[in-house]
Write a protein that binds this ligand. Structure first.
Ligand SMILES: [Zn+2]
Length: 572
């Protein structure tokens, strides 16, 4: 058993020391591997095996005071030091999810969980039992997650059923995927739904035999009720933001890059930082669709101080859609939809001049581009902007996803000094249909991590949470095996694009620090850097080299952010 005796989420006194011993520490404080993934001669690697390069860490305040051997570490002990025996666990620089939207985890806070329920009575019983827990929206009783697969619309409760249980309070419940939702009479009354209300495009207000709404709404029609819910308060946003941050801490992440921060969450993050209770670091990419927010920050300029728990230094914009729904912009027709090239540009809310103004004000840009045409258009955009103002090139601009790239364009990423911000889980989840969309030739430039590396393009890895599962062991496994959660296919999908274990680990740590200008304070375990550490139950470098399927047994044992143990995975 690992012994983590620190209490979670408490601020240590500034002079207090934490001494962690009996650990396998990979500091990553050696030169990067070559572009084929071979470890540098300075790496603690030989004959296909990794050797931890330290066994103890001393933390003082929020920084690393010592890293190295155990006997020296013990000389730092004072009467007030906290001793941690890591019992052989593996410590790596803190994991970073460099493109995530974790507040979606909090979307259902204060609503009644109906997950797994597949019949009318069970749903009503649960709503009655848990009604006091519905606190998300005034007096509304909100529920989510009933089993839509098992319940066709005839099996759902109706407005009549829900109104018998709750004649006075509005009730609104929604299924697992949001294909169906049910409102009671009070909810429909507040939403102004009558027999006259017209169903919107992409959804239906279902009616009974007399032509009156029966309470069931399909797809987009649910929005007619949702838009009448009381607006969220600042307190709600704070609670939701904090919940998302806590989920990240429990998952071993010491930081995430928030890929599209709006004003509400920006305020919430700032408040949490000011109160000293942020569980993880947040690097905010301002949501480019909010032009008022952008103009305010344009005047202020980016926050260039590194090492803070909350930093606003980037802007997130969208250029095209996703490949699955054929929204990504391609140079040639979709292989499975002749005549169709995808959607992009202004149609997707991309305001080129506003974004350029932000870049000129010193902000980093992360632009969502998926298709090969989407990526090329954005390379052309960067090219033009850098031509007009060469200094802008130095701001480590990013392309988010960089999913499908024409063979001639990989080198341009390097020429333009762009970072490719990519998601191993997308490869794992899309492999079943991506080739249908792209055909056998274009697929070679899709999810092409090795090609990026060979071209000298910096990578950073992430989950695009909640679009994908953010479990580090999953992303890391996918990155080095090119396999999905079912451990398929044998030998991996386009395995020549796989990364080495060290490259994959760096893409979640030191390279993600670089993508946020934080490599002077984060990304490796070094004296003087911030104490952001992740403690794992397994040696991911050696298991990654020798037996990647065993990665699925990995657990997060602890997460330390700014010298605080924010998650203790072994307390039970
Ligand atoms: Zn995203």
């Amino acid at each position: 058993m690992l012994v983590l005796t620190l209490s979670a989420c408490t601020k240590q006194a500034p002079d207090s020391r934490i001494i962690i011993t009996n650990a396998k520490v990979y500091t990553l404080n050696w030169q990067d591997p070559d572009l084929e993934g071979n470890p540098h001669s300075s790496a603690p690697f030989s004959d296909g095996s990794w050797m931890p390069d330290a066994e103890a860490i001393v933390i003082e305040g929020n920084s690393i005071l010592f890293v190295g051997d155990e006997s020296t570490a013990l000389t730092y002990q004072t009467s007030s030091s906290q001793m941690v025996d890591a019992q052989g666990g593996t410590i790596i620089p803190g994991l970073v999810d460099s493109h995530a939207h974790p507040y979606y985890f909090g979307e259902d806070l204060g609503k009644i969980d109906l997950t797994g329920l597949d019949n009318k009575q069970a749903i009503i019983d649960r709503l009655i039992e848990k009604q006091d827990e519905s606190t998300a929206a005034g007096d509304w009783i909100l529920g989510f997650g009933y089993d839509e697969g098992a319940m066709s619309t005839e099996l759902l409760p109706t407005a009549e059923d829900l109104s018998q249980a709750f004649p006075d309070r509005p009730v609104f419940i929604i299924g697992t995927h949001g294909f169906t939702a049910v409102a009671n009479y009070e909810a429909m009354k507040r939403a102004g739904i009558t027999s006259e209300t017209v169903s919107p495009v992409g959804g239906e207000i279902m009616k009974d035999t007399d032509g009156n709404p029966n309470g069931i709404f399909t797809n987009n029609a649910a929005e007619l009720v949702e838009e009448t819910l009381p607006a969220r308060t600042a307190k709600d946003f704070r609670r939701i933001a904090l919940h998302g941050m806590e989920v990240m801490a429990e998952s071993g992440y010491t930081a995430f890059h928030d890929a599209g921060t709006n004003r509400d969450y920006l305020n919430a993050y700032q408040e949490l930082e000011a109160e000293g209770i942020s569980p993880v670091r947040v690097y905010a990419m301002l949501q480019a669709t909010d032009s008022t927010l952008l103009k305010e920050w344009m005047k202020r300029g980016p926050e260039t101080e590194t090492g803070e728990l909350f930093t606003v230094r980037a802007v997130k914009a969208y250029y095209d859609g996703s490949l699955g729904i054929r929204g990504a912009k391609l140079l040639d027709d979709y292989s499975d939809m002749p005549g169709h090239l995808g959607i992009s540009g202004e149609d997707y809310g991309f305001d080129e001049s506003l974004v350029q103004d932000m870049m000129e004000a010193g902000f980093q840009l992360g632009i969502h581009a998926i298709g090969d045409a989407g990526n090329r258009d954005m390379l052309n955009f960067y090219d033009r902007v850098f031509d007009e103002n060469p200094e802008i090139r130095l701001n480590r601009h990013r392309i988010e996803h960089a999913q499908v790239v024409h063979p001639e364009d990989f080198g341009r990423f390097a020429d333009l000094e762009l970072i490719a911000s990519m998601e191993p889980p997308h490869m794992a989840e899309d492999m079943g249909w991506a080739e249908d969309r792209l055909g056998s030739e274009r697929i070679q430039g899709a999810y092409a991590w090795r090609t990026f590396r060979r071209n000298g393009v910096p990578l950073t890895f992430n989950s695009d949470l909640t679009g994908s599962d953010h479990n580090f062991f999953y992303g890391y496994y996918a990155a080095i095996t090119r396999k999905n959660k079912d451990r398929r296919p044998n030998g991996g999908w386009y395995p020549e694009q796989a990364l080495s274990p060290e490259e994959a680990l760096r893409a979640y740590t030191s390279w993600s620090a670089y993508a946020a200008f934080q490599e002077d304070v984060l990304g490796t375990i070094e004296v003087g850097k911030r104490a952001d550490l992740t403690i794992l139950s397994i040696d991911v470098l050696n298991i990654g080299e020798q037996n990647p399927d065993s990665l699925w047994n990995g657990k997060i044992l602890g997460t330390i952010v700014d010298g605080r143990l924010v998650f203790n995975g072994v307390k039970n």
